[in-house]
Design a binder for this molecule. Structure first.
Ligand SMILES: Cc1cc2nc3c(=O)[nH]c(=O)nc-3n(C[C@H](O)[C@H](O)[C@H](O)COP(=O)(O)OP(=O)(O)OC[C@H]3O[C@@H](n4cnc5c(N)ncnc54)[C@H](O)[C@@H]3O)c2cc1C
Length: 503
C-alpha cells in the first residue's frame, strides 16, 4: 500500500524523514503555512512517536501510579488506613501503563493513516543516496516486510529521526541472548514487560534512570541504581544536590551505588554487575536490568556519507548547524533529538517548526516571519519530589559569579509541604545583581513543575525579584517558598524600587 504513495523518482519540495514529534510538527507547519508546497513524510515505524510510545507518557503513567501507591503507604505508616495488608500488583501496573500508552499513540497514528490515504505519508525507511546536478537529493525508501525499494527526489529534507537507547558496546553482551531472555532492557522494551523481578537494577543516574528507578522503588521493588551519584539527574547547584542526596538516601527500597559498572551475562542467563570504584571489586547479580545510559542520535544509517557529510565527530558536525538547524546551506535540516542538543519534547517540536519555516522561506525565496529565537530553557525531572532547572544554569552563572546573587529556601518547615507529607527539598533562584532580574533557578521540591513554569515565564518577561514579589501569594501554597527565596534575594539588592508592602 505504501509503495502507492510514491511514484519511483517522484520529485517533491520537502521530504520529512521521521514521524516523531519534530517531524510531525515540521510536516504540519508546512501544510498549514504553505499548502502549495509538495511535502511528504516517511517513517518505517513503529509509529506513535517516542514520547507517546516508549518515552514521556508511559514513564509518567508508571510514576503516577508509583506516587499514588507511595502516598497510600504514607497513610498506612501514620495508621490512617484500616487495612495494611495491601500489596501492589506490578504486572497489573504495567498493563495499566500499556493501556494508557495505547491511547496516547492513537492520535499520531490516526493522523499518519490519513496522510497515507492522501498520498503524503510513506511507510518506509529513508536513506540519502546522492545529490543530482540540479541540487536535488535522491533518497532511497525501503519498505517494511518487503525487499522492494523506491526512490524519491527532494529539494529540501527535514531529518527528524530522533535518538535511540543503547547498550554500551564495551560490555560485549550477546545480542541474541539479551533479546530472548529480556534480562537486559532499555526503555525501548521496558514497558512491554509483563512483570518485573522483585530485585531490579537500573544502570544510569540520568533523568530517565532516576525517574524509573525511583518509581520501581516506590512500587516496593528492591531497586539498585548504579551510576555517577555526583551527577544524579544532571543537578548542578551544590545546595540542590545536597538536598537531593538527602532525599534519595532516605528513600526506601532504593540502593544507590555510585560507580562505573561492567555488565556480564552468566551461564544461568543472569546479569552480573561489577563496580570498579572499590578496591575490591563488588559484584551484584540480577535477573533483570534496565540500562539507561543515555540515547544516541539515529544518524548512522541515513546515508549522509553519500553526500559528503561526516558525522563521526558529532560535535564538529553539530557546530555546522545554523540557528535554523540547517547543515551549512545544504537544504538539510536536523531537528529534534537527532541533534542531541535539547532532547526534550517541547524543544523537538519547536525545532520541527523552525526547520520547516526556514525550508519554506528558501523554497519560495521569500522571507517568512521567522523566529528561531529559543524559549527560556526549562527541564523537569518527574522524581519525587520533582527536580527542575530553569533559565541560566548554576554553572553558567558561576562563570561570572560576581554578576549574580543567589537566594534559597528549604521546604523542611513549609506549611503546605508539611500537610502534603512532602516537606523536603529546596529552591534556589539566581538574579542579576545590577538589575535584580531573575536569570535562572534550580530546585528539588513538591510541585516543582509549577514553580519552574512561573519562573520561566518571569525570565522570559525579564521580571525582577521585586516584580515577582508584587504578585499575590495565596496561603498555604508551595509558592510561599518561592516568595521566601525572592525575599532572600531582595536582601542583597540595593535598588530604589523596594516597596515595603511588597518586600
Ligand atoms: C523514557 C523517556 C522519558 C522521557 N520523558 C520526557 C519528559 O517527561 N518530557 C520531555 O520533554 N521529554 C521526555 N523524553 C524525551 C522526548 O520523548 C524526546 O525528546 C522526543 O520524543 C524526541 O522527538 P523526536 O521527534 O526528535 O524523535 P522521535 O519521536 O524518536 O521520532 C523519530 C522518528 O524517526 C523515525 N526514523 C528513524 N530513522 C528513520 C529513517 N531512516 N527513515 C524514516 N524514519 C526514521 C523513527 O521510527 C521515529 O518514529 C523522554 C524520553 C524517554 C526515552
Amino acid at each position: 500500500m505504501s509503495q502507492q504513495t510514491i511514484n519511483d523518482n517522484e520529485m517533491i519540495d520537502i521530504l520529512v524523514i521521521g514521524a516523531g514529534t519534530a517531524g510531525l510538527t515540521a510536516y504540519k507547519t508546512t501544510k498549514r503555512i504553505a499548502p502549495t508546497v509538495n511535502i511528504k513524510i516517511c517513517d518505517p515505524g513503529p509509529l506513535g512517536t517516542t514520547c507517546a510510545r516508549v518515552g514521556c507518557m508511559p514513564s509518567k503513567s508508571l510514576i503516577q501510579i508509583a506516587n499514588n501507591w507511595n502516598s497510600y503507604k504514607k497513610l498506612n505508616n501514620l495508621g490512617l488506613t484500616s487495612d495494611s495488608s495491601g500489596k501492589i500488583n506490578i504486572s497489573k501496573v504495567l498493563e495499566h501503563v500499556r493501556k494508557q500508552r495505547d491511547k496516547f499513540i492513537l492520535g499520531p497514528i490516526g493522523f499518519l493513516e490519513k496522510q497515507e490515504k492522501d498520498g503524503c505519508f510513506i511507510r518506509g525507511k529513508a536513506r540519502i543516496v546522492g545529490k543530482n546536478p540540479e541540487g536535488q537529493y535522491e533518497v532511497e525508501i525501503s519498505f517494511n516486510h518487503t525487499e522492494a525499494k523506491s526512490h524519491i527526489r527532494a529539494k529540501k529534507i527535514i531529518i527528524a529521526t530522533g535518538g535511540k537507547a543503547f547498550i554500551p558496546e564495551q560490555w560485549n553482551l550477546p545480542k541474541d541472548k539479551i533479546k530472548s531472555t529480556h534480562s537486559v532492557l532499555t526503555t525501548e522494551n521496558f514497558f512491554e514487560q509483563k512483570d518485573i523481578d522483585q530485585k531490579f537494577a537500573v544502570v544510569g543516574m540520568g533523568v530517565i534512570g532516576l525517574e524509573i528507578g525511583q518509581a520501581l522503588a516506590n512500587l516496593d521493588i528492591e531497586t539498585y541504581l548504579f551510576g555517577d551519584y555526583s551527577k544524579i539527574a544532571g543537578i548542578q547547584d551544590p545546595i540542590i544536590q545536597k538536598h537531593a542526596h538527602q532525599v534519595f538516601e532516605k528513600q526506601s527500597n532504593l540502593n544507590i551505588v555510585s560507580s562505573n559498572v561492567h555488565l556480564k551475562l552468566n551461564e544461568q542467563g543472569q546479569v552480573e554487575i561489577s563496580t570498579d570504584t572499590q578496591e575490591v571489586t563488588e559484584k551484584f547479580t540480577f535477573n533483570q536490568v534496565l540500562v539507561a545510559t543515555g540515547r544516541r542520535p539515529s544518524i548512522a544509517d541515513l546515508g549522509l556519507d553519500n553526500i559528503g557529510i561526516e558525522t563521526s565527530n558529532f560535535n564538529s558536525f553539530k557546530e555546522q548547524l545554523t540557528n535554523n538547524l540547517e547543515y551549512k546551506d545544504t537544504g538539510l535540516y536536523f531537528c529534534g533529538d537527532i541533534n542531541a542538543t535539547n532532547t526534550i519534547l517541547h524543544e523537538a517540536s519547536d525545532e520541527g517548526h523552525i526547520g520547516a519555516i526556514d525550508a519554506i522561506s528558501k523554497l519560495k525565496n521569500e522571507s517568512l516571519k521567522k523566529n528561531s529565537k529559543r524559549r527560556t530553557p526549562l527541564s523537569i525531572v518527574f522524581s519525587s519530589p520533582q527536580i527542575s532547572s530553569v533559565g541560566m544554569t548554576y554553572e553558567e552563572t558561576q562563570k561570572s559569579s560576581d554578576k549574580y546573587i543567589y537566594g534559597s529556601s528549604s521546604l523542611e518547615r513549609q506549611g503546605r509541604a508539611i500537610t502534603m507529607l512532602e516537606n523536603t527539598g529546596s529552591i534556589r533562584v539566581y538574579a542579576e545583581k545590577a538589575t535584580g532580574k531573575i536569570v535562572g533557578a534550580e530546585m528539588i521540591c513538591p510541585k516543582a513543575e509549577n514553580i519552574a513554569h512561573e519562573l520561566a515565564w518571569a525570565i522570559r518577561d525579564q521580571k525582577t525579584v521585586h516584580d515577582m514579589l508584587k504578585g499575590p501569594f495565596y496561603h498555604p501554597v508551595i509558592e510561599e517558598s518561592l516568595r521566601d527565596v525572592l525575599r532572600d534575594l531582595a536582601k542583597n539588592l540595593t535598588l530604589e524600587q523596594h516597596d515595603p508592602l511588597f518586600d
